[in-house]
Design a protein around this ligand. Structure first.
Ligand code: GRF
Length: 201
């Protein structure tokens, strides 16, 4: 049995897809949804799905390691960042090396880093006139969007696509691929999970 914690700051449409995908899975369970925002819709979503919601304070997250204890008590094996906007502190990166992934709404290394989230990413893609964009699922390290990529999927950007059109295309890719990629990573033996060359697409 693998226990997943989802960290999310916002709406949680990806979190919703992941909850739905694993709902009847006998081996993989979403146990916990953590948010840095007390009123984040993703917390209500967790509750409605019978999943424990948890609010994280900045002080507890960065100045103590209590988050690690919370995860250990719940026997969490894998962390999924789905729109979580805070940088992950080193103690948590170390404890979940090769067992924590993020999804980014662009083809990293393009359009990553601090401030590159949400519509900022899609506006930048539009402004650059790129002919394609997509999603990247990557392991998490101590810097924003720089961990090893494990999966990318692409979509075409038409010259007359607005940033909103681009966002829509990218979100479709996220909703289609994120949960199955998590499932594939969890099916790999531990030693393979830590070796990105084993699952690059
Ligand atoms: C997604 O676009 C994801 O790529 C990014 O944050 C967004 C979260 O959206 N990391 P949602 O809350 O899952 O709808």
């Amino acid at each position: 049995m693998a226990n997943i914690a989802i960290f999310a700051s916002g709406t949680g449409t990806n979190a919703a897809k992941i909850m739905e995908y694993f709902r009847d899975n006998p081996n993989i369970k979403v146990c916990l949804v953590v948010s840095n925002k007390e009123n984040a819709p993703v917390l209500g979503l967790a509750q409605r799905n019978g999943i424990e919601p948890m609010v994280l304070s900045r002080a507890a997250f960065y100045e103590t390691e209590t988050m690690l204890d919370e995860l250990k008590v719940r026997e969490i094996d894998f962390i999924v960042l789905a729109g979580f906007l805070w940088l992950i502190p080193p103690y948590l990166v170390r404890a979940f090396e090769g067992k924590m992934v993020n999804i980014h709404p662009a083809l990293l290394p393009k359009y990553g880093g601090k401030g590159m989230y949400g519509m900022n990413v899609h506006r930048a893609v539009k402004a650059a006139g790129d002919a394609e964009t997509g999603i990247t699922i990557h392991y998490v390290n101590e810097r924003f969007d720089e961990g090893d990529a494990v999966f990318q999927a692409r979509c075409v950007v038409d010259p007359n696509d607005s940033p909103e059109d681009i966002a829509h295309k990218v979100q479709k890719l996220e909703h289609k691929h994120f949960a199955p990629v998590i499932e594939r990573l969890l099916a790999m033996p531990d030693h393979q999970q830590n070796n990105p060359s084993n699952h690059k697409k």
